[in-house]
Design a protein around this ligand. Structure first.
Ligand SMILES: Cc1ncc(COP(=O)(O)O)c(C=O)c1O
Length: 336
């Protein structure tokens, strides 16, 4: 049996899980939070999730959660598509998240993972994969996770897997089951010794990477696929469009052909996890001169400064969380 080696830049031992989670309305030890084996989402992928980041601010005594409200609004839209009906609104979920960060009290960059899911059939529900008549649940867990993109830029494949069309599953929602597509595409890329893959949609146009959106740069102009290209409308993608506007770069949102990426001056990916990460090689060819380009570097620097509270937060995108002096001890996957 062969296993694909983890890329050299992956953090050893994986991300550390924090002590506390928020599970079905209560704060509890992450080690004790459990879901039943019969959980419908576990069996059919009928859950939705978000990925949110909190960054340590200069001085190390405060975290800033980036675009918390926008993430929870998207989360609740994803819930709606799967008929996951939670007794919380975006403000309630944001408050629970801030309290969770405060309890874990970690002065480290943190990844926040809300999960809404179909739990179990209510009395009188006929067996089947239906969404109605199934109870709903929600949890939020957090991991310590720093920057993980390879420093010299990403080497990407154009995947042999296609991004599913919205008529197959609702791609504008972060539906757990839909991520089988991302997992297969990432696995294929890694088996070929690459970092990530860009997927085309059923029309053969560029859609996005496995967990990030795609931009190309030609001269002073950015271009990124439209929402109708079967993408997840990324919050980082939206942030980049705003940052580009701030520095006078035009951004076209339209169909993008794969050959347009191959001849672009620069290509970069955007996502909450990755941040803004240059693609230096695609389908075995260098992008530009094969090194991170100036526009990507500039946007990436501004993005980093913004999320770390070093630029004015004119748009109110940062939720500041003061930390207590004594952090809770953290768990590893082995201790869970
Ligand atoms: C499929 C997919 N596309 C794009 C993104 C980027 O979205 P965001 O910038 O909101 O993290 C993600 C990450 O959540 C994703 O999973």
């Amino acid at each position: 049996m062969t296993t694909t080696p983890a890329p050299a830049y992956a953090p050893a031992g994986g991300p550390a899980v924090t002590t506390w989670s928020w599970h079905e309305g209560s704060f509890m030890s992450t080690a004790e939070a459990r879901v039943p084996l019969t959980t419908q989402a576990l069996q059919y992928g009928t859950g939705v999730f978000e990925g949110i980041r909190a960054y340590v601010l200069p001085g190390g005594r405060e975290l800033a959660v980036f675009r918390l409200d926008d993430h929870y609004r998207r989360f609740l839209r994803s819930c709606r598509l799967l008929r996951i009906d939670l007794p919380y609104d975006a403000d309630d979920l944001a408050r629970a998240t801030v309290e969770l960060l405060r309890r874990n009290a970690t002065a480290a960059d943190t990844y926040i993972r809300p999960l809404g899911y179909k739990l179990s059939m209510l009395a009188g529900t006929r067996p089947g994969v239906g969404l109605a008549g199934v109870s709903d649940a929600v949890s939020v867990s957090t991991f310590l996770m720093g920057h993980y993109a390879p420093p010299g830029g990403l080497r990407c494949a154009v995947s042999s897997w296609r991004r599913p069309a919205d008529g197959v599953l609702p791609v504008r929602a972060k539906v757990c089951g839909g991520y089988v597509n991302s997992a297969l595409a990432l696995d294929e890329a890694r088996a070929a010794g690459l970092d990530d893959a860009i997927l085309c949609n059923e029309r053969g146009q560029v859609a996005e990477a496995t967990t990030a959106n795609v931009f190309a740069v030609s001269g002073n102009r950015l271009v990124t696929p439209a929402a109708t290209a079967d993408i997840l409308e990324g919050i980082t993608r939206d942030t980049v469009r705003e940052l580009a506007g701030d520095i006078g770069l035009a951004c076209e949102v339209r169909d993008v052909q794969r050959s347009e990426l191959l001849v672009a001056d620069e290509v970069f990916l955007t996502g909450t996890g990755l941040g803004i990460a240059p693609v230096v090689e695609l389908a075995g060819r260098p992008i530009g001169d094969g090194t991170p380009g100036p526009v990507t570097r500039l946007l990436s620097e501004r993005y980093t400064a913004l999320v770390r509270g070093e630029l004015d937060d004119d748009r109110g995108w940062l939720t500041r969380v003061p930390l207590n002096p004594a952090p809770a001890p953290h768990l590893t996957e082995e201790t869970l």
